[in-house]
Design a protein around this ligand. Structure first.
Ligand SMILES: [Zn+2]
Length: 602
């Protein structure tokens, strides 16, 4: 393990207060017993009865159902968040596991409710959906109905969910364990995946190159197993899709993303048509780094070696000012996260890595977890997670069943918050050199979220369709598809070494959530377009944007976005986001010229 020098940032004392969920874990355990009894009672009242409920009766049942779900989610949130900061304490792990097991049992008792709703005749369901008594639950119910052609009977569903534990879930865990336990040799040290990949951001080219080589060597040792897991999960998904009557490998994802195949197609085509921007950007980056040829391991190289560091208070001030300048309401909700102790900020032993905002339950409030070390990325992460937090907070009145957005809208407020803070950070600097390096790091991120994800979607498309039409794939097949789809994107601007051929094999999204990756591109382009509108429309946009956040997941994304004048099926909308990227690249090119001529003048 590498030993990191810990510098004080002021984030050390910033710990969250989970007492807003339960005063202690005994209260939680008592409550859980209560939920179990209440679920039993609910099942006795409603099992086999959904078909005979009128609108008022259904509304009452839904209220009870939502309340039960709230109590389960509250219990899970409390034990999960507690576990996140006490990974090395087996008591917290055991309590989390217990809550999960009890919840699964309770959910099994409640399974009938949604199934019976889905099984109603269309005419009866449509009539109920029109009633105002149902309004607070309409979209949730509509979405459930969409699964109708894909849901099997209760016994089949039970068998499938039980067998998934030793089927797809076990294979996924096996994958996590292989990748998680692989060590990568680097200068006499054995590094984890996260540690070795972090070296690709090094300013030292030798370090980047050796890290890439070592990463490949580590993966190669397990290539046989990884290929087997990929093939097995591709086949598992293929049989699930067949049993559930999904027309193609992406249909089930689009359904849960609440987006039409047509809109996804428009997005993918719009992005692949602008691969020229990728080439233009990496050519610029190659010049900036002073390299003859830009290799795959050079892509994340920073422009400047020195990094500015931000204390916790500075980060807090920058973020709050940025949110406040957008709208006072956004500022005051963000401020509550700090004032009311809804954030856990420091890096601590036994704490999970990364960052997230957990929505918890509408009757409480979201919580944000960070690992704050004080670099500029951490400030962006704070802005990002607070964006989620504010969104989740504003959507609380929609209730548990309708507050969560589908993936397609999930990154809106977070990415938007990052843009606000990015502008603020830019304003703090005045040298073209500093602006250039910040813009380059921003474009690096955009390349990774927009173009890289779409290229990965093209890779997924090939492996799923090939597995379905031609059978098992060899490691080489995977590698060929990977290189083809990556090369299409880079258009010769980046030299992909031989070692890069197997870099498909460690990406968890392909296995854990097939089809997921395009949602990143969707979210980023959506926000770039929204941000451009904000800069043009000002005040008028602000109100509409707040309504969008408050709506949470209470309607289809295309309906919510229509209110902001956006048509997802229109390629012109996606062009807006893409031309924002083009403007950033142009800005970077101009700054590069400025910096260059200033240097020559010296
Ligand atoms: Zn996010």
């Amino acid at each position: 393990m590498s030993h990191q020098q810990k510098t004080q940032t002021g984030a050390e004392e910033i710990r969250w207060n989970l007492a807003d969920l339960y005063p202690d874990s005994t209260t939680l355990e008592d409550d859980l017993e209560g939920v179990s009894a209440a679920a039993e009672d609910f099942a006795q009242r409603y099992r086999g009865q959904v078909v005979s409920l009128d609108d008022a009766g259904l509304a009452t049942a839904l209220e009870d159902f939502e309340a039960l779900q709230e109590r389960l989610v509250r219990a899970h949130t409390y034990t999960y968040l507690n576990w996140c900061t006490h990974l090395d304490d087996s008591e917290h792990g055991a309590l989390l596991q217990k809550v999960r097991e009890v919840s699964t049992q309770i959910q099994q008792k409640l399974l009938f409710f949604e199934l019976e709703w889905v099984q109603l005749e269309d005419s009866q369901a449509e009539k109920l959906l029109k009633s105002t008594a149902i309004t607070p639950y309409r979209h949730y119910l509509e979405c459930e109905r969409l699964t109708k052609p894909h849901v099997l009977g209760e016994p089949e569903e039970k068998v499938l969910s039980e067998k998934a534990l030793t089927g797809s879930q076990a294979w996924n865990r096996f994958f996590d364990e292989i990748v998680g336990s692989t060590r990568f040799s680097f200068e006499g040290q054995e590094l984890t995946q996260q540690e070795i990949l972090a070296k690709l951001y090094s300013a030292d080219r030798q370090v980047r190159q050796r890290a890439a080589q070592s990463f490949t060597e580590g993966l190669e040792h397990h290539l046989r197993e990884l290929t087997f897991v990929f093939n097995t999960l591709l086949a598992d998904k293929s049989s699930n899709d067949r049993l559930r009557h999904y027309p193609n490998w992406l249909s089930s994802r689009n359904l849960s993303n609440e987006i039409s195949e047509e809109a996804v197609q428009t997005l993918i085509e719009s992005v692949t048509h602008r691969y020229d921007l990728v080439a233009r950007y990496y050519n610029l980056k190659r010049t900036l780094l002073g390299l003859e040829e830009l290799h795959d391991y050079d892509r994340y190289a920073p422009l400047e070696e020195v990094e500015t560091s931000y204390s916790w208070n500075q980060a807090k001030e920058i973020t709050l000012k940025a949110y406040e300048s957008f709208h006072p309401r956004l500022g005051s909700i963000a401020a509550d996260f700090f004032k009311q102790r809804w954030i856990d900020a420091p890096v601590e032993p036994g704490k999970v890595g990364g960052a997230f905002s957990h929505p918890a339950v509408p009757s409480a409030h979201p919580y944000v977890l960070l690992n704050y070390t004080g670099n500029i990325r951490d400030v962006q992460t704070l802005a990002h997670e607070l964006g989620h937090g504010v969104h989740q907070y504003l959507a609380r009145p929609q209730g548990l069943l309708q507050s969560d957005t589908p993936l397609t809208l999930a990154e809106t407020a977070s990415t938007f918050g990052e843009m606000l803070v990015f502008d603020r950070l830019m304003k703090r600097e005045d040298s073209p050199g500093a602006h250039l390096s910040m813009i380059v790091s921003k474009i690096d991120d955009i390349m990774a979220t927009v173009f890289r994800q779409v290229a990965m979607n093209r890779f997924e498309d090939r492996i799923h369709t090939t597995r379905r039409t031609k059978g098992e794939l060899s490691s080489d097949h995977f590698s060929e598809f990977w290189m083809e789809t990556q090369e299409e994107m880079f258009q010769g601007s980046v030299r992909l070494g031989d070692h890069y051929r197997i870099w498909w094999s460690y990406i968890p999204h392909f296995l854990h959530t097939p089809g997921y990756v395009y949602a990143y591109a969707f979210g980023e382009l959506l926000v770039l377009a929204l941000y451009a509108r904000y800069q043009k429309e000002g005040e008028e946009f602000v109100e509409k944007y707040l309504r969008l956040l408050e709506a949470g997941g209470s309607d289809w994304p295309h309906v919510l976005l229509e209110k902001l004048g956006i048509d997802l099926n229109d390629s012109r909308f996606w062009q807006e986001g893409l031309s924002s990227i083009e403007q950033l690249v142009t800005r970077a090119e101009k700054l590069a010229e400025e910096v260059n001529s200033a240097r020559e003048a010296l």
